[in-house]
Design a protein around this ligand. Structure first.
Ligand code: HEM
Length: 389
């Protein structure tokens, strides 16, 4: 394994991230005339956005009971070609529906929902736009966390009082970032009504097969292959943000949840998957803190864990507000019954999100752990500790 550490400049160059906008990709300046399969990534992403949104409309516009079973070759073939070129899946997915699907109205004003428009959207007017743009702005707020994590990894590859101070300083960015993400997320309620999201919007982000009871066997992509393809729908579970934090801080999830998170990395951009792998391979942050006798180092690590846990706790309240509560109404839209107890990414979400949040909280290091642990925690030791709780 190559254990070379990269500088932030190299990270930006190699992994399609930016210290300013994080995983967001600014595709707004491209011309619209791409008739041939273009080479540049942004053009491919734009094509993926357009083709995958049209596909979602084609499949779901008449509701779950009337979902199309076959995708015509005029859509299926280019969607698969573009997806292959990007290393993505031929279905509506996070990088093209959120990360690159925005345009700023006034560059001199703040990067806020009201100063952005989605390039492509679903039916439903401003509520549909706010859904996309909230994700875009949440991703934007994450930007500084990338630099902080890269720096923290660098500092924890060597030990020393000086490194402790640098580590504490750079880790202090993470709780600030997570709090900003929560604030943006909270504001979603001002532009997106839960009943509209439940009844009208989220069906367009659904997938096929993989537990989807409306298209249990998947969707036939005509001109691509005769047997149906199974795909997860678009979900922020395909965002690299939280997975990157898990990898950096050594947060360990239980087997089922980790299996799902591993699977949905297949819906990220290849460069973002590579960055995840880079961080997973290189991060020694947890080991460094565990074997440190500096209480302040441990406190700053735990503050990060609690902030990540705080975001996940808030996220669960949103899932409750936007899925669980509207699903209880007698007058709910019956055409979306097939995803009543599922996220758009197909997870049986209540248990899933709760366990992910709980395991994040359990990653907090107890005081005595620092003083007594000689060896770095293994995945097994963390999970054993969990089983005893
Ligand atoms: C109305 C808004 C939202 C709802 C109802 C919602 C709901 C869900 C659901 C049900 C899942 C389970 C996976 C699936 O099947 O899709 C999930 C996963 C996830 N969502 Fe959201 N979500 C919302 C917005 C967001 C936003 C704005 C973010 C921030 C980027 C986000 C980040 C995540 C992450 C990272 C996961 C994976 C679980 C984790 O790592 O904690 N979600 N979401």
């Amino acid at each position: 394994m190559n254990s070379k550490l990269l500088t932030m400049d190299e990270i930006e160059r190699d992994f399609m991230v930016s210290r300013k906008t994080g995983f967001l990709i600014d595709c707004s300046k491209l011309c619209e005339d791409a008739l041939m399969l273009p080479k540049e990534k942004c053009k491919l992403l734009k094509l993926h956005t357009v083709l995958s949104f049209i596909t979602a409309g084609y499949v779901w516009q008449d509701g779950g009971q009337c979902a199309a079973q076959r995708l015509p070759s005029c859509l299926a073939v280019p969607l698969v070609k573009v997806s292959d070129a990007l290393g993505m899946k031929p279905v509506i997915s996070y990088p093209s529906m959120m990360l690159s699907n925005w345009r700023i109205l006034n560059v001199d004003e703040e990067f806020e929902v009201r100063n952005l428009v989605p390039i492509y959207t679903t039916p439903g007017g401003s509520g549909a736009d706010v859904f996309i743009l909230t994700h875009v702005v949440v991703e934007h707020r994450f930007g500084p966390a990338i630099k902080s994590i890269i720096e923290a990894i660098g500092y924890t590859h060597q030990r020393g009082t000086h490194h402790d101070q640098l580590l504490i300083q750079t880790l202090s960015v993470i709780p600030q970032v997570m709090n900003k993400m929560v604030v943006i997320f909270q504001n979603i309620k001002d532009g997106l009504a839960p009943n509209f999201y439940y009844d009208r919007l989220r069906i367009f982000y659904s997938g096929w097969g993989l537990g989807n009871t409306s298209l249990p066997n998947g969707l036939i992509y005509e001109g691509v292959q005769d047997s149906p393809l199974m795909m997860r729908g678009g979900s922020a579970a395909q965002s690299c943000t939280l997975q990157m934090l898990d990898a950096a801080f050594g947060i360990v999830h239980s087997e089922d949840e980790q299996k799902y998170l591993d699977e949905v990395r297949g819906y990220m951009l290849q460069e973002h998957r590579d960055l995840y792998d880079y961080i997973k391979d290189r991060s020694r942050i947890r080991e460094y803190v565990e074997s440190s006798f500096n209480e302040s180092v441990k406190e700053s690590y735990n503050a990060c864990i609690m902030a990540i846990q705080g975001f996940r706790r808030h996220h669960i309240t949103k899932a409750y507000e936007y899925i669980t509560q509207p699903a209880k109404r007698p007058d709910r839209n019956n055409c979306v019954e097939f995803i009543r107890d599922k996220g758009t990414g197909g997870a049986g979400y209540i248990k899933f999100l709760n366990r992910i949040r709980r395991n994040t909280a359990l990653s907090k290091l107890p005081s005595e752990h620092i003083a007594t642990t000689k060896n770095p925690a293994t995945k097994e030791s963390v999970l054993n500790q969990r089983d005893q709780n």
